[in-house]
Design a protein around this ligand. Sequence first.
Ligand code: ZJS
Length: 279
Amino acid sequence: MSRRTRRGGGPPPEQRRGPVTARRGQVEHSTTDQRLLDTRSPASFVHSDPWRVLRIQSEFVEGFGLLADLPPAVTVFGSARVGRDEPEYELGRRLGAALADAGYAVITGGGPGTMEAVNRGAQEAGGLSVGLGIELPFEQDLNDWVDLGVSFRYFFVRKTMFVKYAEAFVIMPGGFGTLDELFEALTLLQTGKVTRFPVVLMGTAYWSGLLEWLRSTVLGSARIKPGDLDLVTMTDDVDEAVRLILEGTGRAGPPAAATSGDETTSEVGGAAAAGGAPS
Ligand SMILES: CC(C)=CCNc1ncnc2c1ncn2[C@@H]1O[C@H](COP(=O)(O)O)[C@@H](O)[C@H]1O
């Protein structure tokens, strides 16, 4: 900030603040630093939308910063309400292991149930196990088998990460959260926002009814076009799911292995093992 004052008949008082020129009554008598450091303003601004935009931005920056170096990854969705003694938990565990064996890092929502099973399978098979958690109204920790985790305040920021850092989705049986994730993926594919992105439904008994309804009612009343139903494939077999992903992404062979922090060669896993995030 520079300031000139009028002497006699000279120029009017003037102040430069960066690109701004202020004259006469617009001249401020404190510096920007003084106003930042000397005053305490009411804290209510942290609940205003402009401030929220900064918080949203910082979630994107944190997420992009942490995940940018992730090796080829597959995101798996599924119910938060599956118990450890249920067959579906075992299926999730086997799927996590099969994806890790194929060289993929595995991303989940970092929560309990199927998410935990998939992280657990990947982690136990020596793969890179990633959890993108979400702040919920009740206490919610990342499950114990997440080796690299970020927790988000905003669902929509987290959903961007699921798509941006994976090359395929596997959708296991689930409720509203899982259905939301399935239909978001299908909408992104249908509208060409993502391409070459396999979506595999695990569990024919669970998903057949939905696919049949999509065919008879939704396609039947021309609300989608016939090819739209080809955007998704259904199987019960974890090896088949991995094969569909490798083929659907155009990979001739498996991706370069994504290993966990213990024996990792990847920067992301190394940062996780060291307890820090790449900057
Ligand atoms: C026991 C309970 C409700 C825990 C909630 N804890 C959660 N933690 C992390 N992600 C979640 C959670 N609930 C829902 N989600 C998101 O929604 C999906 C599961 O929702 P749902 O159970 O199908 O509808 C997951 O793939 C995940 O991305």
